[in-house]
Design a protein around this ligand. Structure first.
Ligand code: NAD
Length: 444
């Protein structure tokens, strides 16, 4: 099938590439000319495992094209995806300006019938706004072209986006047109072979499904962080508690890890946007407000442990090695990352930072620029050189089993602040290194 995708970010580029991989003819459009230029020359703007070779192969084989020319891209697609950003507005609601700008562009150039698919995460009711924006642009040029607007939210995880896209748990299609549903079923047939993954529903339910999924996952994290904080107060170990509850299949093992708070481009903004949607409909979503405020507090918790260790919030003269900057492993994405809050708190307290992340150094450079109190290191041991203490904030696999004897000799104050509970406190302490974890009330 002929597919057009607006937006070549994490969602648009991965979706376009995976659709090309199964044989569809895909054109990806972006307004960022540098990004499109790079993609045409094999430069992939984001880090995602497996993405680069797939983009290059499909581009070389002529199934995946990149352009800034919206008119020709719209002429190409029988199915036109909107996969642009929906960042939070000042009040926490989703900013729809990019989505609606694409809708207007579609209406301005549409010449033949098409199914317009909203893949961006958008509040309930957005499909109506997209439909209206297309209609208005068509009317402005006196054109009458048939089109459907469908909601098809994306559930891929950064860090495993290609894998998720190639083997989705489910494909949600929200539509009220039988022909649009048929078209999307055909499009996704290669991903739906061994068992049924397609869930068809009405548009509003599909729009809400995406928010419900992210809000549920964020709730699990904030819940566990709440339990961790209680564990710290009462002298219990949340890691034991986690194992004690995860074995209950009604609870399960996924997403019950306490830590330094959730970040990324989705959970923070989607929890807030859903709460805002509820409020706009006269309902106060108290649970969602609590999920958000627990997370906000949790992002400062590692710093509180640092203050507790040093007995002061004045850290002038101290240097902290920080392992991990990305909001989670296997991505270079630092949007809303917990590391950003920690670094700011350390800098406000007068400390210096030597940071290492396997993929996010370029992003950190872009965000923070040149500063005297930040050194971005090439590898994990380099970050330890001259440092007083180590803070681990992203659970990259390579941080899981350090040589604690080496840590002891490298760190002047021989202390580790373990923001993801990667280490066994007893093992670290046996090496003569003080250990602070999250919710490890037995060792703090
Ligand atoms: P992103 O910021 O990585 O990429 C968005 C892209 O859209 C950018 O390249 C931007 O230049 C482009 N763009 C903006 N306006 C445009 C226009 N008028 N025409 C063409 N391109 C335009 O965003 P993302 O992370 O891919 O997220 C996209 C949407 O998908 C958001 O709504 C997000 O909430 C949702 N989502 C994201 C993830 C994720 O893990 N990142 C997962 C599921 C859903």
């Amino acid at each position: 099938m002929r597919v057009t995708i607006f937006g070549t970010g994490y969602v648009g580029l991965v979706t376009g590439t995976c659709l090309a991989e199964v044989g569809h003819e895909v054109i990806c459009v972006d307004i960022d000319a540098a990004k499109i230029d790079g993609l045409r020359n094999g430069i992939i703007p984001i880090y995602e495992p497996g993405l680069e070779p797939m983009v290059k192969a499909n581009h070389a084989e002529g199934r995946l094209h990149f352009t800034t020319d919206a008119a020709s891209a719209i002429a190409h697609g029988d199915v036109i995806f909107i996969a642009v950003g929906t960042p939070p507005d000042e009040d926490g609601s989703a900013d729809l300006q990019y989505v609606l700008a694409v809708a207007k562009t579609i209406g301005t150039h549409l010449q033949k019938p098409a199914v317009v698919v909203d893949k961006s995460t958008v509040p309930v009711g957005t499909a109506d706004k997209v439909r209206a924006a297309i209609a208005e642009a068509l009317a402005a040029r006196g054109a009458d072209v048939a089109y459907d607007v469908v909601s098809n939210p994306e559930f891929l995880k950064e860090g495993a986006a290609v894998e998720d896209c190639m083997r989705p748990d489910r494909i949600v299609i929200g539509a009220d047109s039988a022909s649009a549903i048929d078209k999307l079923k055909k499009l996704y047939a290669p991903f739906n072979r061994n068992h049924e993954r397609i869930v068809v529903m009405d548009v509003r339910s599909a729009e809400l499904t995406k928010y419900a999924a992210n809000a549920m996952l964020a709730t699990k994290i904030s819940f566990m962080n709440e339990i961790a904080n209680i564990a710290e107060k009462v002298g219990a170990d949340v890691e034991m508690v986690r194992q004690g509850i995860g074995s209950d299949p009604r609870i399960g093992w996924h997403f019950i890890y306490p830590g330094a708070g959730y970040g990324g481009s989705c959970f923070p903004k989607d929890v807030q946007a859903l709460a805002r949607t509820a409020q706009q409909h006269g309902y106060r979503a108290e649970l969602l407000d609590a999920v958000e405020s627990v997370n906000h507090r949790q992002k400062a918790h590692l710093f509180e442990l640092i203050e507790r260790h040093y007995g002061t919030g004045d850290l002038r003269g101290k240097t902290f090695a920080v392992w991990g900057l990305a909001f989670k492993p296997n991505t270079d994405d630092m949007r809303e990352a917990s590391s950003r809050r920690l670094l700011q708190l350390l800098w406000d307290a007068g400390a210096n930072v030597r940071a290492f992340d396997p993929e996010a150094a370029h992003e950190a450079q872009r965000i923070f620029g040149e500063r005297d109190d930040l050194v971005l290191c090439e590898h994990a041991p380099e970050a330890l050189q001259g440092a007083d203490a180590l803070v681990v904030i992203t659970e990259w696999k390579q941080f899981r089993s350090p040589d604690f004897a080496k840590l002891k000799s490298a760190l002047k104050d021989a202390v580790v602040f373990d923001g993801r509970n990667l280490y066994d406190p007893a093992e670290v302490e046996a090496a003569g290194v003080a250990h602070y974890g999250i919710g490890r009330g037995r060792s703090i």
